[in-house]
Design a protein around this ligand. Structure first.
Ligand SMILES: [Fe+2]
Length: 192
């Protein structure tokens, strides 16, 4: 992936003016609302290039990075029926996802709260802050795809045996405050 504008790496197929305008390379920390705006705008306005890039993998969930700055990482993920995550938190990062195709099922929990479940059909867009844990699964009969963003980028997730095991206080993990080229290498290695 090449640097297409100062301070940002964009996927070649997504290197369009709209994404250049909304990736905000100078924005250091994104709020859940800003992340939600980013993933929902990308899913709604860049549907055609996203579908061109989209693949599915029977081996595991598939993903490709759409964009990276020192403040945010943006991903496209796909989920075949039955594919999903383990219960996890985002290590203190804020996050967002918008469903592009298909439907996802999300079980989630805020600190100390009950486990809740929700269907996330096409167009569902949500943003969340540091204290939330969730498990996302495609329980539908067809593949699903979703656009995700996290800020700061590259904060490790933590997995749990179940959402009931998530502690009441989710401690923030240190962010990788690295130059963009080093973040680039790490995200390519580690994925979303
Ligand atoms: Fe997650």
């Amino acid at each position: 992936m090449t640097t297409t504008i100062p301070g940002a790496y964009l996927h070649p197929k997504l290197d369009v003016q709209l994404l250049r305008d909304i990736i905000h390379p100078d924005r250091d920390l994104w709020t859940p609302r800003e992340l939600r705006e980013l993933t929902s705008t990308v899913a709604a306005e860049l549907t055609s290039p996203l579908l061109e890039v989209l693949e599915y993998s029977a081996e595991r969930r598939w993903w490709v990075r759409l964009g990276l700055t020192t403040g945010v990482e943006l991903w496209l993920l796909s989920w075949l029926p039955g594919q999903g995550t383990e219960p996890h938190d985002h290590g203190g990062a804020a996050g967002s996802f918008t469903v592009l195709t298909g439907e996802l099922a999300e079980d989630y929990r805020y600190p100390g709260g009950p486990v809740r479940s929700a269907a996330r059909p096409v167009g569902s867009a949500l943003g969340f802050g540091a204290g939330r844990a969730h498990q996302v699964v495609n329980r539908g009969p067809v593949g699903a795809a979703s656009v995700h963003a996290y800020s700061p980028p590259l904060v490790p997730t933590r997995e749990y045996p179940s959402l009931a095991d998530v502690p009441d206080v989710i401690e923030a993990l240190p962010a990788q405050r690295l130059p963009l080229d080093q973040l680039d290498l790490l995200t390519e290695l580690e994925g979303p």
